[in-house]
Design a protein. Structure first.
Length: 258
């Protein structure tokens, strides 16, 4: 059984096209009827739009095998008085979902990803948090890769804000317990015997995705087709208990080994 990440794992961070072996891997799971979930931290497009984009690329799976943070958001964050930060696409998606923004006296500071956060953005967030707003991240990705450059991910920004304000944060998407538990419930619709110990998580985010998966008892496969160029950039510096079980270059290498 598998949980499979998308950005940097199935599709490239640069051109958003399928990575070598990714479509074939999903096709293999479908053909052999192996239970799996596509678990992505997509926040730029609506859940249905991003799913349809993956289908347009040649990935063939039903929507009931897909989960992202936007599908969890309404149960975690009230729709009123939100100070949201992220790409314009993310902000527009929130508006369509019925969220109202408040950049004067918000109840919640909601952080997603973009490459060009400004110092004044951080200053505003800090003021809101020191005034009592709660801090929520759409996910806890360690690094954001775009145009062959690597930026601090949402997880790094949350850590910054926590250190600056002593405000604890919660996370909607990966690697939150709530997100993985919801994904487990969904995969149990395919196989009622599914447990975390029977699931292998595949991702390019060895800290933001695989560390949390490892803590929950999952086996972890790290692919270096996304955020990291080689395993040596990050794996030797992880705590031993959080290091991935296996490292592969891309999905094609995994496909050749199973």
């Amino acid at each position: 059984m598998y949980f499979v990440d998308v950005q940097g794992t199935l599709i490239s961070d640069d051109d958003k096209l399928p990575i070598r072996g990714s479509r074939e891997f999903i096709a293999m799971l479908e053909k052999k009827q192996i239970p799996y979930m596509i678990v992505t931290n997509n926040t730029k497009l609506s859940s249905s739009d991003f799913y349809n984009y993956l289908i347009s690329l040649g990935f063939n799976f039903n929507f009931d095998k897909y989960i992202d943070p936007l599908m969890m958001l309404e149960s975690h964050v009230s729709k009123d008085a939100v100070a949201a930060y992220g790409t314009e696409e993310f902000l527009q998606t929130l508006k369509i979902m019925g969220y109202s923004f408040d950049y004067k006296n918000p109840k919640t500071v909601l952080v997603s990803i973009k490459k060009d956060f400004l110092p004044d953005d951080y200053a505003q967030m800090i003021d809101f948090l020191l005034s009592g707003a709660s801090l929520v991240g759409m996910h806890e990705t360690s690094i954001y890769a775009k145009n062959s450059k690597r930026y601090p991910g949402v997880g790094a920004i949350l850590k910054l804000l926590e250190f600056a304000t002593s405000t604890k944060y919660s996370v909607v998407g990966k690697p939150s317990i709530a997100f993985y538990e919801e994904a487990l419930k969904m995969i149990q619709n395919q196989d009622k015997s599914a447990t975390f110990k029977k699931i292998t998580m595949i991702s390019d985010d060895v800290k933001g995705d695989l560390g949390g998966a490892k803590e929950m008892g999952m086996k972890t496969l790290f692919v270096t087709s996304g955020k990291y160029k080689t395993a040596n950039e990050i794996v030797p510096f992880l705590e031993k208990e959080l290091r991935p079980d296996f490292v592969y270059g891309d999905m094609q290498e995994i496909l050749e080994q199973i």
